[in-house]
Design a protein around this ligand. Structure first.
Ligand code: AR6
Length: 168
């Protein structure tokens, strides 16, 4: 049985085929993990993001995902997804689940064998951590026989919350 791996650390160091970016809808960089990924990937990633079709400036609505090459990262691809802003977007669990699902589908479509996720929406977008862990693990378990999935969790608290959810 495939496993979901939990790692405490920086996702930019991952050598998975695809790393997932918790982006915003404009998809041209930002703070948090988005900023870290763009810094580590270099300007090529921003160039690739600019090529993604935008409608009224929106490249990726919440709950969807887009794929680009990964610039200078070890990964082959960056999958940019946008989680819900907790307390602002309606049906946040559904949107968060969809962000994971669309990312996993894209990874399979591009023949990736491994994918690394951060804790989408758990920083600037303010999602309750235990609720985010539940949604993310539930969606990832549906794909864990097809893909090696790992989470890069920033800090001991996040790691422990994901660990407990995975052990359920
Ligand atoms: N590796 C792994 N996780 C990280 C890293 C890293 N290098 N850096 C931060 N985290 P956030 P969101 C964790 O705010 O809530 C951006 O500005 C962080 O501790 O990055 O989805 C975008 O452009 C937290 O647990 O993403 C959007 O505007 C988790 O990654 C907005 O923030 C997600 O925090 C998206 O907000």
């Amino acid at each position: 049985m495939a496993e979901i791996q939990l790692i405490q650390g920086d996702i930019t160091q991952s050598d998975c085929d695809a790393i997932v970016n918790a982006a915003n809808a404009i998809m041209l960089g930002g703070g948090g993990v988005d900023g870290a990924i763009h810094r580590a990937a270099g300007p090529k990633l921003l160039e690739e993001c600019r090529k993604v079709k935008a409608i009224d400036g929106i490249r990726c609505p919440a709950g969807e995902a887009r794929i680009t090459p990964a610039g200078d990262l070890k990964a082959k691809f960056v999958i940019h997804t946008v989680g819900p802003r907790f307390g602002i977007d309606s049906e946040p669990d559904q949107l968060l689940g969809s962000a994971y699902q669309r990312s996993l589908e894209l990874a399979l479509e591009y023949s990736c064998q491994s994918i690394a996720f951060p804790a989408i929406s758990c920083g600037a977008y303010g999602y309750p951590l235990d609720q985010a862990a539940k949604v993310s693990i539930r969606e990832c378990l549906k794909y864990s026989s097809k893909l090696d999935i790992c989470f890069y969790l920033f800090g001991a608290e996040l790691l422990e919350i994901w660990r407990q959810e995975l052990a359920r």
